[in-house]
Design a protein around this ligand. Sequence first.
Ligand code: NAD
Ligand code: ZN
Length: 276
Amino acid sequence: MGAVVVDMGMEPDHPALEDAGRILRRARKAVAFTGAGISVESGIPDFRSPGGLWTVFAPEEYATIEAFLENPAKAWKLFRAIGGTIAGARPNQAHEALAALEAAGRLAGVITQNIDGLHQAAGSRRVVEVHGDHRRLQCLSCGRLAPMPEEVLRGDSVPACEACSAPQKPNVVLFGEAVRSLDEVEGLVSGCDALLVVGTSAQVYPAAGIPAAVKRGGGTVLEFNLEPTPLTEGDFQGFFRGGGPPCPVSDILFRGPAGTTVPAVARRALGTAKER
Ligand code: NAD
Ligand code: ZN
């Protein structure tokens, strides 16, 4: 059976919104898993959509650890472009709705693939950044982390570590580097019975395997995206690894902009839907 797809533009009062609210109210441990799509309405484009950074900077050429080690100055063209999109961005209603759910005790935490810090800016307290952050510079030689000075983003040279002079990179996970904080992810996913998957194309592994892990553990997966993804359609890797046909991970897809769909579900979970 496929996921229920709710087109929020067509059916803003679809009964699945109430169902999702009830699922969150009754969940023992709800968690959010977010990707670039949650920040698009904050003015930070995602990478894969037309016009996204991957269409300008081929990831295999700019965003791998090998590319950085071989030619840091070239990789910094991408890092600066990312820094430029993040600078000055403010959290939107989707980030705020997740922070409100956590404050009300309805969400255990957020696992994010984003590097923009907008969950924290919205007031989320437990945020696991599996792909690192763009707030700091990282030295791969001595491990030192330093704040990212604004001049670095405006300039055109490669910053060097104060301790050992090696070229620094933003504290983000490049392709070919290990994903961060897997223990914390494990801690949040373990016992999770409701997962909100917001704005991720679910194509970057191993993070993309998180929804399947929740589903496998018997949890409900609520997806929020502009379009169906491999999670909606059963076209993903690594679920029934030992055999068996792939099947959808998402129970419901709320199709529409996250700034509309996530607050609509959160209001129902918090019982504030009628107050507006
Ligand atoms: P992605 O670009 O692969 O996919 C984004 C997904 O969001 C798509 O499925 C798209 O349909 C959906 N989307 C776009 N606008 C939306 C909206 N308004 N509401 C709901 N959904 C929307 O992003 P990803 O899956 O996060 O993977 C890309 C990688 O790039 C991540 O690892 C992340 O670290 C990095 N990235 C981060 C940022 C950021 O920090 N804001 C931005 C771009 C990319
Ligand atoms: Zn160093």
